[in-house]
Design a protein around this ligand. Structure first.
Ligand code: COA
Length: 256
């Protein structure tokens, strides 16, 4: 497959996947999700790949969310399918991977971008990173597992605050609440992520895979299905039309 929205680079047994749409702050459009699905499945099959780092292109954004322009006219069913498909083909694939995956958050990680980082097993962030789930400001809720995985990582209280307020936090605050494992200078982000991944890859691969399974089992939940249905319902609301047209028209939404 020819990839137009992601870049790949290998360093020994580490595969770096870079989401590469910097002009759109690396927003996840359909094509990017298809490419991610493909490259991940390939990497899982490839014995030469021990672990993966996911990052964003440029110095401004990791991923600024799902591509809002693509779903602006979706109805409830299309919204629900968007969430289910994405969760199944990319986000759950990452979370359940049998090889360790680290998110190197090099700037904005918003909406689907933070959900992508949350699906990874470990998160490192650069000092300039800004994180948040702004969906309710668009009349939506997170649909790629964010309501579940943010709650698992930072606890219900902080998850409620971040999701209901749609506020962004900086890397330090994210680190204090355990949302990111480590904060690094931007130029140290990838070396630091690689260094931890190399340590993990020096351990027993079978035991690492088993540990991922067991840790995931500790936080398995049925909430993902609820999120998909509630995400879909949002697409039937006037608030969604107002929120999305406000973003695309570069103005503040006026929710009734
Ligand atoms: N979907 C589609 N396009 C997006 C996007 C997204 N999630 N995030 C950013 N972009 C696009 C912008 O529309 C803009 O495109 P244009 O140059 O063709 O107008 C480009 O990326 C640059 O973004 P811009 O908003 O001009 O940068 P900024 O520095 O002023 O603001 C953000 C940065 C991250 C605060 C702002 O882009 C933003 O709020 N993005 C949406 C975040 C979001 O709600 N994500 C959740 C989606 S479910």
């Amino acid at each position: 497959m020819d990839y137009s929205n992601i870049l790949m680079e290998t360093d020994g047994d580490i595969l770096k996947i870079t989401i590469n749409r910097p002009e759109k702050l690396n927003a996840l459009n359909k094509q990017t999700l298809v490419e991610l699905n493909h490259v991940l499945l390939d990497a899982f099959e490839n014995a030469k790949v021990g672990g993966i780092i996911i990052t964003g292109s440029g110095e401004k954004a990791f991923v600024a969310g799902a591509d809002i322009s693509e779903f602006a006219n979706y109805n409830q069913e299309e919204g629900e399918n968007l969430a289910r498909d994405g969760q199944y083909k990319v986000f759950d694939l990452i979370a359940n991977a049998q090889k360790p995956i680290i998110a190197a958050i090099n700037g904005f990680a918003l909406g689907g971008g933070l959900e992508l980082a949350l699906a990874c097993h470990i998160r490192f962030a650069s000092e300039n990173a800004k994180l948040g789930l702004p969906e309710v400001s668009l009349g939506l809720i997170p649909g790629y597992g964010g309501t579940q995985r943010l709650t698992q990582v930072v606890g219900k209280g902080k998850a409620m605050e971040l999701i209901l307020s749609a506020n962004m936090i900086d890397a330090d605050e994210a680190s204090k609440m355990g949302l990111v494992n480590k904060v690094c200078a931007l130029d140290q982000l990838l070396p630091e992520a690689k260094s931890l991944l190399k340590t993990i890859l020096s351990r027993s691969p079978k035991a690492v895979a088993a540990a991922i399974l067991a840790v995931n089992a500790a936080v398995s939940t049925n909430g993902f299905a609820t999120e998909i249905v509630e995400f879909g319902k949002c697409f039937g609301n006037e608030d969604f039309k107002e929120g999305v047209s406000a973003f695309l028209g570069k103005r503040k939404p006026n929710f009734k």
